[in-house]
Design a protein around this ligand. Structure first.
Ligand code: NAD
Length: 297
């Protein structure tokens, strides 16, 4: 029987732990604060930001939201980041990507104080992650690790194949999988758009993490019998319903579940974990900046 992994249930359990840490901090006079910054009118980005703000509200984290017109100068965004860096009530800063073309993404990531960089994208935090001394693990790959832990899926010694080499998912995912310790010790292969014979690679995988952003590109035929399949992809495809679209993953679920030992669905798989891990990183950030210890598993 294939296990269909319930990401919402795992995220709920993490949020229970996060809520307890929020209480510890608040009792000590430190209310964790997360600032989200949006410089775009993209509907999906607006949805992501409002989901993050809603999660803050539910957990007792002080959320503040900042909108910069996409027509404004890069300096308008940088000035706002500087203000948030200097604000002691803000422990985490998240600039929702993408930013407009006239704003250099790299400069944005480098502007955020690394201690407040709860996405974990600042080069200092990337370096620490690679060195095995992460300050904040990027939310999506960290969420994948939490899924594997919750399901008791062993990674040590296993062949892991990550499809996608982005800075936010593929690269940090592969890095986490090869670290020493729990959720690591795997042999990781990173595939991408230039990989020749992708199926030959994915068929070797005991653990397959799909993060390519290509709807249903991986089908059952590309999956090893009994493998764990984690589908990070969230793709909007046209559908004959009220919204006019539906969300599908990078994995063709119906055929994949015939081969996989365990599989995450889309939606309801990795997505809820990404938000939960952002909240997790925010309370970690508040603890770090206030010297109030918390006990987050
Ligand atoms: P990205 O576009 O930055 O990177 C995609 C990667 O996939 C690239 O490295 C590219 O080389 C690779 N790729 C593209 N086409 C390929 C192909 N045909 N074969 C092999 N590799 C290919 O995307 P991203 O930001 O890493 O996101 C990937 C997907 O995950 C998207 O669908 C995105 O919406 C989703 N996502 C989900 C969450 C979540 O919370 N579940 C979080 C972040 C991203």
């Amino acid at each position: 029987m294939t296990t269909i992994i319930d990401g919402n249930e795992i995220a709920d359990s993490i949020q229970t732990d996060v809520r307890a840490s929020v209480e510890t901090l608040t009792d000590a006079g430190v209310r964790p604060g997360l600032a989200t910054v949006l410089m775009s009118e993209d509907g999906a980005s607006e949805t992501y930001v409002s989901m993050k703000q809603r999660a803050c509200e539910e957990l007792g984290i002080e959320g503040s939201h900042h909108e910069i017109s996409p027509d404004a100068s890069a300096d308008a965004l940088f000035d706002r980041i500087d203000e948030l860096n200097a604000d002691p009530s803000v422990h985490g800063i998240l600039v929702q990507m993408p930013v407009p073309d006239h704003v250099e993404k790299r400069a944005v990531l480098e502007r955020i104080d690394p201690v407040k960089d709860v996405d974990g994208f600042h080069p200092e935090n990337v370096g620490r992650l690679v060195a095995g001394n992460a300050r904040y693990k990027p939310c999506t790959p960290h969420g994948v690790q939490k899924i594997l832990a919750a399901e008791g899926i062993e990674t040590s010694g296993k062949d892991a194949v990550v499809v996608g080499r982005s800075d936010i998912v593929g690269k940090p995912m592969a890095n986490l999988l090869i670290q020493y310790g729990e959720g690591g010790n795997a042999t990781a292969t990173v595939c991408h758009s230039r990989t020749e014979d992708l199926a030959e690679k994915t068929r070797q995988a005991d653990l397959l993490v799909a993060a390519a952003g290509v709807p249903e590109m991986i089908d059952g035929d590309m999956i090893k019998e009994g493998a764990t399949v984690v589908d990070v992809g969230i793709n909007r495809v046209d559908a004959d319903n009220e919204k006019g679209y539906e969300l599908v993953g990078d994995v063709e679920f119906e055929s994949a579940k015939e081969r996989a030992g365990a599989i995450t669905p889309v939606p309801g798989g990795v997505g809820p974990l990404t938000i939960a891990m952002l909240m997790y990183n925010t309370v970690e950030a508040a603890s770090l900046q206030s010297d109030v210890p918390i006990d987050l598993p």
